[in-house]
Design a protein around this ligand. Structure first.
Ligand code: IDC
Length: 519
């Protein structure tokens, strides 16, 4: 903080000294000389509120533009709002917005912040800009590549956006005909480029107007981090908190059915997920469909191994009694009491484990007559050994939290699950969450998907982004369906992805990239 203040003061002093020497400028910034080749672009964009410059009133047009700065300006021009940043860095929300929309990929600018201040390469800048402002423009290989003298240096990954930029006239290349894909852009050049794209796109969807602050209000309130940092979780009001009583959010993946995809609950797969920043894993142990009810020993062993693998990564882990075709949890309440009693005893000293006692009650089942009495019995079996959190579902595939809010289960450390799929469920279900929370019900999204509710279709990333922003604002935790390579759009990994090595960005599906990017 202090360093920033000194830097700003120093710059201010330099500006005062320099001002005398500079020709008077009618523009927005003292260091943008009238008549300079970039001056009109900078002054117009500043006038429209897309540029703010530095707090000391300078623009520093000759300085290399950082990736954080570039994505911030592009985001403003595209009329999007900043996402929920993962670090206190001022650009975190804008970078997140760009990642969410696929303007840049995680490897080009990880949301964790360590590269936000790096100078952006020209190929990455052009890709982000074209995707943000002119996503429908295409350029032809045979027409555009001859325009680029150093075409051989361009990575194939950037062909599409670079050709489009040349075709549209956003990039005209250096005087010598080179693009310099790995070179940098000055802030002056960046403005010129962005303004060209902005004009071609019709002028910007939603100019923010002057005075939009460059710096967001501050770091995220809720803590992430694993079990060694947060200890036993507890519920305070509607908020999930750590052992010290500070708000915590858990973000992670749900497995698919462990009877079908054992390799995706192995140590390496869980480690890979943790490596992308997840602090939660959900072990979906189906009861029907060849699950626990028909092969209890085998499934229990597999579930325990998966839980232990997540614990080894310092993650919180949900043991999910995944009822689905067996819609009424009461049908197998004794098996559930037995299973959860044994698990609670096994993990009584391990703060990592959460118990989800009925994935999705459905069909001819009621809250008061079936799910609540079931929950009371299973909570009792768990509380005989452990104070670990219990997650309780509700009728209509865990959407009827309003019924639970009217008549909650007795006891401590209980949260209520709500499940949504971005292609099927929207505002009505979000309103239901607000209604239930207003009644004091703690909510946990133990399963959601970017697809339709059948696990495929889409993906619906815009809708999913609305959902995740909503959850972020409320400090609600979530697990995404699902970590596997099945041929359905909700799967996070491409078909055939091996599980005995680390996963690169290229292994992830569209859904996987979106979700992993959000960790
Ligand atoms: C789906 C799987 C699909 C599988 C089906 C039946 O994606 O491959 O064939 O279950 O077992 C849920 C359930 C979850 C569903 C998912 C998508 O909890 O088991 O997985 N979904 O349909 N609730 C809403 C959606």
């Amino acid at each position: 903080m202090k360093r920033t203040v000194w830097r700003a003061l120093g710059a201010l002093l330099a500006a005062v000294v320099l001002l005398g020497a500079l020709p008077l400028s009618a523009g927005a910034f003292a260091d943008v000389e009238a008549g300079a080749w970039y001056a009109d672009a900078i002054n117009e964009m500043a006038g429209e509120g897309y540029l703010l410059g530095y707090p000391d009133g300078l623009f520093r047009p000759g300085e290399a533009v950082s990736i954080g700065q570039f994505l911030t300006i592009a985001g403003r021009c595209a009329g999007v709002s900043p996402g929920a940043g993962q670090t206190p860095h001022w650009a975190a929300g804008w970078v997140q917005a760009a990642l969410d929309r696929g303007w840049v990929d995680w490897d080009e600018c990880p949301p964790t912040g360590e590269r936000f201040d790096e100078a952006v390469t020209r190929q990455v800048a052009v890709k982000a800009l074209m995707r943000a402002l002119l996503p429908d423009v295409r350029g032809d290989y045979s027409t555009e590549s001859p325009k680029i003298k150093d075409f051989g240096e361009l990575d194939g990954r950037y062909y599409e956006s670079t050709f489009a930029a040349y075709a549209a006239g956003v990039v005209v290349g250096h005087g010598d005909g080179a693009f310099r894909p790995l070179g940098h852009l000055t802030r002056g050049e960046a403005c010129l480029l962005i303004q060209r794209a902005l004009k071609l796109s019709g002028g910007g969807a939603n100019p923010p107007g002057p005075g939009v602050p460059d710096v967001p209000d501050g770091p995220m309130e809720a803590i992430k981090g694993g079990a060694s940092e947060n200890g036993w979780l507890q519920v305070k009001g509607t908020q999930l908190c750590n052992e010290m009583g500070q708000p915590v959010v858990l973000h992670g993946m749900s497995s698919h059915g462990i009877q079908w995809f054992p390799e995706f609950v192995g140590g390496q797969a869980i480690k890979n997920t943790a490596g992308y920043g997840a602090n939660l894993f959900r072990v979906a142990m189906y009861t029907a469909e060849d699950g626990y009810l028909s092969q209890p020993e085998k499934m229990e062993k597999r579930a325990v191994e998966a839980v232990d693998a997540a614990i080894a990564q310092d993650m919180y882990v949900i043991l999910d009694w995944h009822i689905l075709f067996d819609g009424n949890p009461m049908d197998h309440v004794e098996e559930a009491e037995d299973f959860f009693g044994r698990m609670a005893q096994r993990y009584k000293d391990t703060p990592n484990v959460l118990y989800e006692i009925c994935n999705e009650p459905n069909g001819n089942v009621s809250w008061q007559g079936d799910v609540k009495p079931y929950a009371q019995r299973v909570v009792k079996a768990i509380r005989a050994h452990s104070k670990g959190l219990v997650l309780v579902g509700s009728p209509t595939w865990s959407q009827d939290i309003h019924l639970a809010a009217q008549d909650p289960v007795e006891g401590e450390g209980i949260l209520y699950t709500l499940h949504f799929y971005a292609g099927t469920h929207g505002q009505a279900l979000r309103d239901r969450i607000d209604g239930a929370m207003a009644k004091g019900l703690p909510v946990f999204i133990s399963e959601w998907g970017t697809s339709r509710a059948d696990g495929s279709g889409g993906v619906f990333l815009d809708e999913a982004a609305v959902w995740l922003d909503f959850l972020e604002e409320r400090g609600i935790s979530w697990a995404n369906w699902s970590l596997c390579g099945k041929n359905e759009t909700s799967a996070a990994l491409k078909i055939g992805t091996p599980t005995d090595r680390a996963w690169g960005w290229e292994d992830l599906t569209e859904s996987g990239r979106f979700v992993f990017g959000r960790f």
